[in-house]
Design a protein around this ligand. Structure first.
Ligand code: NAG
Ligand code: NAG
Ligand code: NAG
Length: 574
């Protein structure tokens, strides 16, 4: 099935038819007892270690590719969109909303601007907009991706076992109940990600000014449901167009916006009614006949898939550039103190980890943390730029680690030459941490590993950390400790390996290969997600999100035609 058809199915056909509680917070990470700096330099992280996952989430925030690779989000974090930013709302009803969905890219909003009343509204923010961001594919509305929202709103992260028939009406519930929560905390809305970023906006009369309202040029612009189908369009394509086009209007004067919460213009009652009417009907690939605007000449293509294209603009760090994340408020469910999830993960693969596995007690803890975070002003933490730090750490090793793997995976032609190159790489990475005293002694190696692990985190102002920053700090320490352990363990052997026999060196190289391979797999850094070879000028790189857009065939980045219309899913992928 074409994406285009999928979108039209979803948005055209388918559419036609508590406050802060006095409960204990999560136990604080006990920095003294758990600090990596007090542990032996060559101690390995435990099987339950979560530092890699916390670090990975932190470095992935607001980026399309890593959040598409791992659709089940684990972070709840405050975010701000500054004054003067454009936001878009597209509607096929021509009515302006008061509580509804907004897009950051016009291409995204324009999916909804079909039909005679199709209108693109453009707003500007008149102040900082306060949002709560859920990472992963949180806008996709399938089980797993919405766990963190349902945890925040209802305290029921596993609320949804499957995507219900009435999911659009449920989205309105999520908006209404979410906004009731948001109102208590001075939050303007929720930020989510599907094929592009979107906002569930709680009150469009607050913090926004309408700057433009455009009746759109679209292929159904002149379509009247009551008119017979356009001449030349086969009757089979337009079986009963009246069933296909959503109920329209009435058009309200621009100062009289819909007072109710709406899902792209439709109230819950209307969505439910349409859904019931739809039941029993087979929804085919029958689209209403095209009906171009008066005066239009030539073909007018359907451009909905440009919304997917716009999403790829936010693929990599810094991702969506209009959003500022308050890292000091980043609540992560990879927090090792949430033991119910730690236990659940033991029998799961990374792709299965989800918030639904939280115990009742841990749900209470997390919700208390959320209340505590929302009770303080945003950006009240230490001021450390955690995502910037995570980026600096990744950059230092992002090309060196794969290069090291490349060297270690060379066929055994000349072991001496291979050792020389690997040894050079070990020195390059560790030399800033080497002292000239005690060279070659056991304490010299221990000191190298210790300095390597501590350099980026030791000086940070711990006393000023929020509870959430302590989790980030611990995770960053854990990641660096492991990177530095693997490098230093290899260095201990490589130091005098040039004096060793060929079979001994061969054994070392084999061992290091395994160590570096495991390290790279454990880290799974977002900086490594890319199309390889790079895409051409006529392509974009995209990571599949799985349901509901893609078949469940993994999350490998793929180059796709920039002219996405030509992209067709493999058979059986509907
Ligand atoms: C557009 O809205 C008007 C009311 O404002 C309504 O009469 C008309 O039917 C709508 N157009 C379509 C195609 O439904
Ligand atoms: C985790 O949650 C999923 C979905 O609710 C459930 O199927 C699974 O059994 C749970 N696993 C554990 C270990 O709790
Ligand atoms: C292996 O490489 C080293 C260093 O590059 C070189 O001196 C030596 O001649 C090479 N040995 C063989 C057998 O090619």
């Amino acid at each position: 099935m074409h994406w285009q058809q999928k979108l039209i199915h979803l948005f055209l056909l388918a559419v036609t038819f508590t406050g802060a509680s006095q409960v204990p917070l999560t136990p604080s990470v006990n920095v003294g007892a758990r600090s990596w700096l007090s542990r032996p330099w060559n101690e390995r992280p435990s099987e339950d270690a979560m530092g890699n996952l916390v670090f990975q989430s932190l470095s992935s925030l607001m980026q399309m590719m890593p959040n598409s690779k791992h659709p089940f989000g684990h972070s709840i974090v405050r975010a701000i969109i500054p004054k003067g930013t454009l936001l878009y709302h597209g509607t096929f009803l021509g009515t302006c909303p008061s509580m509804d969905w907004m897009a950051l890219d016009a291409e995204h909003a324009m999916i909804f601007t079909f039909g005679a009343n199709g209108t693109l509204f453009t707003y500007t923010t008149t102040r900082d907009i306060q949002l709560v961001y859920f990472d992963g594919c949180s806008g996709n509305d399938v089980p797993g991706v919405i766990d963190t929202q349902d945890l925040l709103i209802w305290g029921e992260p596993g609320r949804r076992g499957h995507r219900s028939e009435d999911w659009m009406a449920e989205e309105v519930d999520r908006l209404v109940d979410g906004c009731a929560w948001a109102k208590q905390h001075g939050i303007d809305g929720f930020l989510r990600m599907e094929f592009d970023f979107e906002i569930m906006y709680c009150d469009l009369t607050q913090g926004l000014k309408l700057v433009s309202s455009t009746p759109t040029v679209n292929p159904w612009a002149n379509y009247e449901p009551t008119k017979p189908s356009m001449a030349g369009v086969p009757e089979s394509r337009a079986e009963d167009p009246r069933a296909m086009v959503p109920p329209q209007g009435p058009r309200l004067p621009s100062d009289q916006c819909s007072p109710e919460a709406t899902f792209h213009g439709l109230t819950k009652a209307r969505l439910t009614e349409r859904n019931h009417r739809k039941q029993g009907q087979t929804v085919g690939n029958n689209f209403p006949p095209y009906s171009y605007p008066n005066g239009w000449k030539g073909n007018l293509p359907v451009l909905d898939l440009e919304a997917f294209h716009a999403g790829t603009w936010h693929n990599q760090f810094p991702g969506e550039p209009r959003v500022y994340i308050d890292h000091s408020s980043m609540i992560t469910l990879f927090d090792p103190s949430l033991t119910s999830l730690v236990e659940a993960r033991r029998s799961m693969t990374r792709d299965e980890y989800r918030a639904a596995n939280l115990s009742k007690a841990d749900i209470t803890h997390v919700r208390a943390d959320i209340a505590e975070v929302m009770a303080r002003d945003p950006f009240t933490g230490s001021g450390v730029d955690w995502q910037g730090l995570a980026r600096v750490i990744q950059e230092r090793f992002a090309d060196r680690l794969p290069f090291m793997q490349h060297l270690l995976h060379q066929p055994e032609v000349n072991v001496t030459a291979q050792l020389t190159r690997v040894r050079r790489q070990l020195i390059i990475s560790l030399i800033p941490y080497m002292h000239r005293e005690n060279v070659g002694e056991p304490e010299w190696f221990a000191e190298i590993a210790h300095r390597c692990a501590a350099r980026f985190t030791d000086h940070l102002p711990r006393a000023e950390f929020t509870k959430q920053e302590r989790v980030l700090h611990h995770a960053t320490e854990e990641v660096l400790h492991e990177v530095c352990r693997v490098y230093t363990e290899a260095w201990v052997e490589a130091f005098d390996a040039e004096e060793k026999s060929i079979p001994v060196v061969q054994g070392y190289l084999e061992k290091w290969k395994g160590q570096f391979d495991s390290l790279v797999a454990w880290l799974d850094w977002p900086v490594w997600i890319k199309c390889d070879p790079p895409c051409g000028v006529d392509e974009v790189c995209r990571v599949s999100q799985g349901a509901p857009w893609d078949p469940d065939s993994g999350h490998e980045p793929r180059c796709m035609p920039i002219d996405l219309e030509k992209f067709v899913f493999p058979p059986g992928s509907v």
